[in-house]
Design a protein around this ligand. Structure first.
Ligand code: ADP
Ligand code: ZN
Length: 706
């Protein structure tokens, strides 16, 4: 039903000019609006400030009838409506702060076509009366803003959002579009399920931060970490050092002080006043370095942050990118460096244990409250006391258990005047520990997902693949290009490149072979064999081991026979470095697919490898760029062309091609699209967008010279 074409009363571009005074769409908006106006359900993921509101406001103005917008924050809704009204667009808001009589008035107004946009608070869908009132109204578009709120795995779950699926059904399943800035695959899947989107389009856009140079440095010892910190602070002056624990914050900030560097320390263990003071010192530029835990960041708006250091590995790619993203908000170049040491993942595992106490621990804590409660059903004990009394070890897990009990309505927490600890009151003292209802499956699921996120973060640390591209892929952005400025891009000196059709097929066959010899469980791929065995299987070896393990009966047996063992071994090494394969260390190293490898097996082409050389044939590779000669005149022609294109699109020049790519173009002088694709920094997307005029300019220059 949803894809039924609607009549447009004006085109999106007309509406953009007329109502908003903008002349062009921001990146991604045009794709989204085209899909919505063609009648499709969809999911839009863009970072904050990416221009999401326009994605539904504009179609609302092109459609006949009214668009409902679901938004969780009452204050923001009011701002949006005021801004629309100021532009002469008929809009209003319905939430529980509006008296019911007035709500009815506005509902009537909706029916009579008085409004183009109506913002509704999700809690309204709790009321039967409201749903009934909606029934008669023809809704042309149902837009759900901040849609991640409906995912239990998001950071901002709101139960009212779960009702939206039902509400949609009640009003006859109008076209529906969901928007969010939180884009992990699980959250996206949840959104599509709860809202029952029908063959939805998905647009993920705008996450790339071309002015950031991301790097991950493997460090063995503390002294090495401190050396990096010193060098980065000296060179880049203004920035943030993120540490995993409060203790580390104190330690590192003291070391900085001993070097005579002025830094503030910031973590959740400090009092509100202490934190505010530290934050102000940083914001007012009286100190240029902040050493902090992840408590630091919300509302920290210093645009000139030139570096972000992660002193330890964070718990997820989401957390990493959010924190790294605090660098370079002014659009100027900035560096982000993660100091990676495997031992630090233990700290993150400890946090995951603490955040996921498990059903038994929750019951143990509850039992402790029952045993200790006074006649008013109150318990005045610190978390440490509760931990010991309940026979548990991890006090963070006890805090999480207490929070879970409070959320489920079994207890409430209150301040005790004059004391630092908080009290607990049993709200349903008749319920026994065995009788409390817990969604154990959901608890386990969350634990599992937290561990998966950490695994994805660690996987990225080991991959020798463009950091930016890796992250964009993780968030679901398709056809992301390599950035040309991360440690891997800079280090490979142009030796990686995309696959030819033939190579892509070989890689997919190899991956299929690895898959046959791995196990897929709920936590992803698990290895069962080492590289040697897998290569023997793929080359059709008749060795005793292979036959005994019945590997000759696999459908992938011998499918890469013609390539030979030597080449395949090199290819497997390249695929491991490129992050397509993952080695699980144990007694024997076992080889299996990474998430990225899984995607490539299914057809994704967004990877680059340092391809091993083949004895015969094989595609052309850009090699030894330095030897290719450099013509400053051509370079300056290409640079002018770049400025022109950048200006036309109102983007900084490096978004078109960075300097390194430009230099490579000048040296290599490609004349065809395929040759252009072999230049580092040019992937499918960039080639499509920008390559043509450069090829032409190179042609013209070559002709003039000859
Ligand atoms: P989000 O909801 O994704 O956080 P907004 O919708 O608030 O982002 O938009 C961010 C800013 O970008 C706003 O100031 C908005 O006016 C501006 N903006 C949106 N679309 C365009 C456009 N096509 N041209 C210029 N500015 C735009
Ligand atoms: Zn890169």
């Amino acid at each position: 039903m949803s894809a039924a074409a609607k009549t447009l009363i004006q085109t999106p571009l007309e509406a953009l000019e007329r109502h908003f005074g903008h002349r062009a769409f921001l990146d991604g908006q045009d794709r989204v609006i085209e899909q919505i106006t063609s009648g499709k359900d969809g999911l839009v993921v863009m970072p904050t400030g990416g221009g999401k509101s326009l994605c539904y406001q504009l179609p609302a103005l092109c459609f006949e009838g009214v668009t409902l917008v679901i938004s969780p924050l009452i204050a923001l809704m009011k701002d949006q409506v005021d801004a629309l009204e100021a532009k002469g667009i008929a809009a209003t808001v319905i939430n529980s702060t509006v008296p019911w009589e007035e709500q009815k008035e506005r509902l009537n107004g909706m029916q009579s076509g008085k409004y183009k946009l109506v913002y509704v608070a999700p809690e309204r869908f709790r009321a039967e009366s409201f749903l009934r009132a909606l029934e008669g109204i023809e809704v042309s578009l149902f837009a759900v803003d901040e849609a991640h709120c409906l995912s239990q795995w998001g950071h901002d779950f709101r139960p009212d959002y779960m009702r939206l699926g039902k509400a949609l059904e009640k009003i006859g399943q109008p076209q529906c579009v969901a928007l969010t800035a939180t884009a992990t695959p699980t959250v996206r899947a949840d959104i599509m399920k709860v809202l029952r989107l029908r063959e939805p389009f998905e647009v993920v856009s705008g996450f790339s931060r071309p002015n950031l140079s991301l790097s991950i440095t493997a460090v063995e010892k503390k002294a090495q970490k401190l050396d990096r910190v010193k060098a980065i602070v000296k060179e880049h002056k203004t920035g943030i050092v993120y540490c995993a624990t409060r203790k580390k914050v104190d330690e590192v900030s003291e070391v900085l002080a001993s070097w005579g560097m002025k830094a503030i320390a910031y973590h959740g263990g400090m009092s509100d006043q202490q934190r505010e003071k530290a934050q102000n010192i940083f914001l007012q530029r009286k100190a240029d370095v902040a050493v902090a835990t992840n408590a630091f960041g919300m509302g920290i708006d210093r645009a000139d942050v030139r570096f972000v250091i992660h002193y330890e590995v964070p718990g997820s790619i989401e957390a990493y990118y959010q924190e790294a993203g605090r660098a370079g908000r002014d659009g100027e170049a900035a560096v982000c460096e993660l100091l990676y040491n495997y031992a630090d993942t233990r700290t993150q595992e400890f946090f995951i244990d603490g955040a996921n106490p498990g059903a038994q621990a929750i019951r143990d804590v509850y039992q402790y409250f029952i045993d200790e409660a006074d006649d008013d059903y109150e318990v005045h004990r610190s978390i440490e006391d509760i931990t010991e009394g309940a026979g548990l070890k991890n006090s963070m897990a006890v805090s999480s258990a207490v929070a879970a009990l409070a959320r489920a309505g079994y207890i409430e927490r209150f301040d005790i005047p004059g004391k630092r600890l908080r009290g607990t009151r049993l709200k349903k003292p008749q319920v026994s520990a065995a009788g409390i209802e817990l969604d154990e499956e959901a608890l386990e699921e969350k634990d599992r997902r937290d561990r998966e996120k950490l695994k994805a973060m660690v996987e990225m640390c080991y991959a020798r693949a463009c950091r930016q591209q890796w992250i964009l892929e993780y968030f679901g952005e398709e056809n992301a290009d390599v950035c040309g400025s991360c440690d891997v891009c800079c280090d490979d000196g142009g030796s990686t490149r995309a696959a030819t059709e033939e190579e892509h097929l070989i890689v997919r066959k190899a991956l299929a072979g690895v898959a046959r010899m791995s196990r897929k469980s709920s936590v992803g791929w698990e290895g069962r064999f080492g590289r040697g065995k897998i290569v023997m299987m793929l080359t059709g070896s008749r060795s005793q081991d292979v036959i005994a393990a019945k590997l000759d009966q696999l459908s992938t047996y011998g499918i890469l026979k013609e390539l030979g063992t030597g080449y395949l071994n090199s290819l497997f090494r390249a695929m491991t470095d490129g992050g397509l394969l993952r080695v699980e260390t144990g007694e024997y190293p076992l080889l299996t697919l990474s998430e990225r490898g899984d995607r490539v097996m299914q057809g994704s082409k967004s990877y680059r490898l340092v391809w091993p050389s083949r004895t015969e044939g094989g595609p052309a590779v850009v090699e030894g760029l330095e030897d290719q000669g450099f013509d400053p005149q051509l370079f300056s022609i290409l640079r002018d062309l770049r400025s022109k294109l950048a200006k036309a699109e109102s983007v900084p020049p490096y978004v078109v091609f960075n300097n390194k790519t430009l230099e490579a173009l000048a040296r290599y002088q490609p004349s065809t699209r395929d040759e252009g694709l072999a230049v580092p920094g040019i992937g499918e997307a960039k080639a499509q967008r920008y390559l043509r005029p450069f090829l032409d300019a190179i042609q013209v220059w070559k002709k003039a010279k000859s």
